[in-house]
Design a protein. Structure first.
Lengths: 145, 349
């Protein structure tokens, strides 16, 4: 049985979908540059942010992930020219839905380039803190959903 | 655009019969009185047209579902505005060829689910009062409907604003060949009357959304809201906008057999059967919101009486509003989740 973590020592579990060309490389750079950031993100590499089907996000949230990070190249820099513009629309639509259900605060869309190792570390620190504040995803302890 | 007077419903039947007899279409999809009720039918023999009730205010399902992959033969279809919108939306999604359809759509003052009562004459304010006395409910979707006049179609039939009878409007005058219709005009007071009804319905919709917001709004209440769902998938099958030929929930990933159920159970140590209630509902939300026509067909067919329409009323406007889009009003315009603009949504997340 999963115990609900006490808020004080709660370490959020974040699923991070990172695009291969920018954000994954940015995360890599954060690693080799030895920038400190919390180890709360489980990274899943995708070829482009537009590969991230909103269903991935929903699956993560209903399975109990505390947060979901979607990260891709900055608008205008997508390796496939327009992938991230599509991602932006999809996630904006998804967000409108999640807002209704009080789940919007657990989903983060960020643009991180391959040279922004420092920024990647900051993004992860920032969302980890936000999720700590928010507390665990209640669906984590719930099986009848 | 030609505008003509139709004295009554019989005159509309003449239009249908004429199309069929002249071979402009091979069939007409229209509501028809049978022995045990009124049903939507496809008529190929013009003699059956006399039995039809094209304007009957009945709605048991959204018939756009049955027009998908419509093939190469021409038919005329008489539909409600929400069905016409679904047809337009499916046209943009390449699921319906509107070149092979003559879509005929009339103003809709609300409909009744035939299981609640069999009314064949179109609703008027007086008729609605009568129904209320007899406790025959107007469908919930209709009481909060914002788009109850024809969207872009081939032939529009206008009732609101006329003093008895109808005005037929069409850009395809060849469809009226051989008929002697009197020219008419769109009544001057029509717009004001349409807006008045829209305003009333909108107010009711806003109340509905407000009530729902009180019930939803947190992950806990979300579970409560959908807890009775048994994953019969009726809402998906009867939704015109849920058009996928292979739904995720029919694939090996989404249609779990015991091995996969055991695998999934292992995450939390236990799994509810049928699985993925919430995941299914949320998936339908994101797949449909940008195109939902708020017809309420999903709720009509839910065996567990989950107020699904309330959810759609609550999210559809917000999602479509992001892209300044109203689904199904036009046949040719970019779909919101296909197109994009370089500078937009900078504030997202
Ligand atoms: S939802 Fe609107 S268009 Fe559809 S049947 Fe009801 S009133 Fe008519
Ligand atoms: S989700 Fe429901 S209300 Fe929306 S189009 Fe589908 S059946 Fe109609
Ligand atoms: S129709 Fe009702 S019970 Fe069936 S899957 Fe949809 S919400 Fe669940
Ligand atoms: S390749 Fe990075 S967002 Fe498309």
């Amino acid at each position: 049985m999963i115990e609900m973590d006490d808020k004080s020592d709660f370490e959020p579990k974040i699923i991070g979908f990172l695009c291969n060309w920018c954000s994954y490389a940015g995360a890599d750079l954060a690693g080799v540059s030895r920038f400190q950031y919390p180890a709360n993100v489980r990274v899943i590499r995708v070829m482009c942010s537009s590969r991230i089907d909103p269903q991935f996000v929903l699956k993560a949230l209903t399975e109990g992930a505390d947060g979901v990070l979607i990260a891709g190249c900055h608008p205008g820099d997508c390796h496939y020219i327009e992938g991230n513009y599509r991602t932006r629309r999809r996630i904006a639509a998804l967000d409108k839905i999640l807002e209704k259900y009080g789940l919007s605060d657990r989903v983060f869309l960020e643009w991180v380039s391959a040279s922004e190792g420092k920024r990647f570390a900051e993004v992860v620190t920032d969302i980890t803190n936000k999720l700590k504040e928010l507390g665990p995803n209640p669906h984590k302890a719930r099986w009848e959903i | 655009m030609g505008t003509y007077i139709l004295e009554n419903e019989e005159a509309l039947k003449k239009v249908l019969e004429n199309m069929l007899r002249k071979g402009m279409v091979e069939g007409v999809m229209v509501q028809t009185a049978g022995e045990s009720g009124v049903f939507t039918s496809i008529i190929t023999d013009p003699d059956f047209i006399s039995k039809t009730a094209p304007l009957a205010p009945l709605f048991s399902n959204n018939n756009a579902v049955f027009l998908q992959n419509n093939g190469t033969r021409n038919i005329a279809v008489v539909v409600k505005p929400c069905e016409a919108r679904a047809i337009n939306e499916l046209k943009k999604l390449n699921q319906i060829n509107t070149d092979k359809l003559v879509v005929i759509c009339a103003d809709c003052q609300g409909t009744i689910n035939p299981r609640d009562g069999l009314i064949t004459e179109p609703l008027t304010e007086a008729k609605k009062k009568e129904l209320e006395k007899d406790s025959i409910p107007i469908r919930k979707a209709c009481t909060v409907c914002e788009h109850f006049t024809p969207p872009e179609v081939d032939i529009s039939i206008m009732a609101i604003g006329t003093t008895g009878g109808y005005i037929l409007a069409t850009d395809r005058e060849e469809l009226l060949d051989g008929l002697e219709l009197k020219a008419g005009e769109i009544p001057s007071g029509r717009n004001a009357e349409v807006e008045k009804i829209r305003k009333e319905n909108l107010e009711k919709k806003e109340k509905m959304v407000e009530e729902l917001d009180k019930k939803l709004g947190s992950p806990d209440t979300l579970v409560e809201f959908f807890k009775d769902c048994i994953r019969c998938d009726n809402c998906r099958d009867m939704c015109p906008i849920c058009y996928c030929k292979q739904c995720y929930f029919e694939t090996p990933l989404g249609d779990l057999r015991t091995d996969e159920m055991l695998h999934q159970a292992a995450t939390k140590g236990i799994l509810r059967i049928p699985p993925d209630i919430l995941f299914y509902q949320l998936t339908r939300n994101i797949h449909v919101a940008a195109g939902c026509v708020e017809c309420g067909a999903c709720e009509e067919v839910c065996p567990r009486d989950i107020p699904l329409l309330d959810v759609w009323k609550s999210i559809t406007g917000n999602v479509q509003g992001l892209f300044e889009y109203v689904s199904g009003m036009k046949r040719d315009e970019p779909l919101p989740l296909v197109g994009f603009k370089e500078s937009e949504l900078e504030e997202v997340k």
